[in-house]
Ligand binder design. Structure first.
Ligand code: UD1
Ligand code: CA
Length: 463
């Protein structure tokens, strides 16, 4: 059956109920299923963010009695406690007191189906609004492998006869590839009556929300199927493998958004981003880069292969890597250069400064045009507390030097290679602390001769 949505779009008040009380036993996890993160944000929050975009009157989330962290993450929306997990129908029943007197549409979503888009949900609502006799709309999808999903059994006119759960299905019904994605839009006025008729005579002994279409039909109402155009977003999450599949889908979408902004990725599938990652146009990202939470990369940067960033702000035209690790609290100003095997933590590095090879910069405020040479490190931890290193502008920190914090190196100072510096260094001074070394003429030749003689003796003995 086809509908012309533009002609049929009627606006009714909307309430959204998200079912999320299940234990998620198939995940084999201590965390409630819907709390598992996708791109660093709990699954349930992806769905709530989308739900908010539909401007509903209210969003209710059905949770278990023992899920305080879930209640916290859905705030300020209303948690509804389902004391006994007796099925999706039972879960929706728990929300009914909060919908007393509500007229309009009730959109029911499953907390473990987090990638649904706003357009898809709007389509589901529009299909329910087609006519007054359509009491329910169900979001359907065609799945090549429908295992685990309820199957949509249609009437000859294309409306829905009923939904059969996999465990209750005959072989013929199991062969059906049109599935229930779990999202329903229901006439709020009739919902309490229909819900009251659900029983638990089925393979799992649970109250199934999927009985609603059948019950509505008995009352003389249609259930229409709204087909999802993008099957990938309708995938549910029951197992760790499902979670990984959802993560893959989401990463594809997030990376595309970033690339659409004018960012180049040489091998996108190897770049992992977070929900809050910001990358500005003209930046190039090489393969195998991990962008953790709270990362901003401004325009024109070059992120070379195998980098790992969390909690950083990288200003324009910075080059980093390969193999660099930037930890939380790091700010790199314009044109900074961070090379291979460098770690930076909780530090600001001023414009045009270079930390090119094998260094550690922690708890440091570094000025502009500094050269922090190979193998130099800030020694920021005394075993009990962290201490600050302050480096001025135009400083040269020689290779393999140790700056024992707290310490301050003023503008233009020069730290000689191999020095361990414990005292503040004034402007334009040299600080050097190393053995001047000894030369012993001919020592190496003599050493080699003695070693060769010993080796010869041992071989002769063996003979
Ligand atoms: C459900 C549907 C199935 C559909 C599939 C789509 C039913 C009976 N089956 O099956 O037709 O194809 O989703 O992914 O609805 N929940 C509660 N309280 C409960 C039980 C479940 O809040 O007592 C919540 C869970 O937290 C979860 C959601 O409902 O977020 C779905 O429950 P789940 O057990 O995963 O249902 P499926 O077997 O996947
Ligand atoms: Ca599920």
């Amino acid at each position: 059956m086809r509908f012309d949505h533009e002609n049929t779009k009627r606006k009714y008040p909307l309430a959204i109920v998200i079912l999320a009380a299940g234990m998620g036993t198939r995940m084999k996890s201590n965390l409630p299923k819907v709390m598992h993160p996708l791109a660093g944000k709990p699954m349930i929050n992806w769905l709530i963010d989308t739900a908010e975009g539909l401007n509903p009157e209210k969003i209710l989330v059905v949770v278990g009695p023992d899920m305080p962290e879930l209640e916290a993450t859905i705030a300020p929306h209303q948690p509804v406690i389902q004391q006994v997990r007796n099925g999706t129908g039972g879960a929706l029943q728990c929300a009914m007191p909060f919908l007393d007197g509500f007229k309009g549409n009730v959109l029911v979503l499953l907390g473990d189906t987090p990638l649904l888009s706003q357009d898809t949900l709007q389509h589901l609502i529009d299909v329910r609004n087609v006519d007054a006799m359509t009491g329910v709309s169900v979001l359907g999808a065609t799945m090549e492998n429908p295992t685990g999903y309820g199957r949509l059994i249609e009437k000859s006119d294309g409306t829905l006869r009923h939904i059969v759960e996999e465990k209750d299905a005959s072989d013929k019904e199991r062969a059906v590839k049109k599935v229930n994605t779990g999202a329903f839009c229901i006439d709020a006025l009739r919902l309490p009556k229909w819900l009251g008729k659900i029983d638990n005579n089925n393979a799992q002994g649970e109250f199934y929300i999927t009985d609603l279409p059948y019950i509505a039909a008995e009352d003389g109402f249609y259930t229409r199927i709204a087909m999802a155009h993008n099957t990938a977003e309708t995938q549910g999450c029951n197992t760790r493998s499902d979670l990984a599949a959802l993560e893959g889908e989401l990463q594809k979408k997030l990376r595309k958004n970033i690339m659409d902004q004018g960012v180049q990725m040489l091998d996108p599938s190897t770049v992992y981003v977070h929900y809050d990652t910001v990358v500005e146009p003209g930046t190039l990202i090489e393969p195998n880069v991990f962008l953790g939470p709270d990362v901003t990369i401004k325009a024109g940067c070059h992120i070379k292969a195998f980098c790992h960033f969390e909690g950083v702000v990288i200003h324009e035209n910075v080059t980093i890597g390969p193999f660099a690790r930037l930890r939380p609290g790091t700010v790199l100003e314009e044109n900074v250069r961070i090379g291979n095997f460098v770690e930076v933590k909780k530090s600001k590095i001023g414009a045009r400064s270079k930390v090119n090879h094998l260094g550690y910069v922690g708890d440091c405020d570094m000025g502009e045009d500094v050269n922090f040479s190979a193998g130099a490190i800030t020694v920021n931890y005394d075993g009990f507390e962290k201490h600050q290193t302050v480096i001025g502008n135009n400083v040269i920190v020689g290779s393999n030097s140790n700056l024992i914090a707290p310490i301050s190196i003023d503008d233009g100072a020069f730290i000689a290679a191999g020095s361990t510096i414990t005292e503040d260094v004034p402007t334009d001074a040299l600080s050097i602390s190393r053995d001047s070394g000894k030369i012993r003429e001919g020592w190496a030749a003599e050493y080699r001769r003695r070693k060769a003689a010993i080796a010869k003796k041992i071989t002769n003995k063996k003979k």
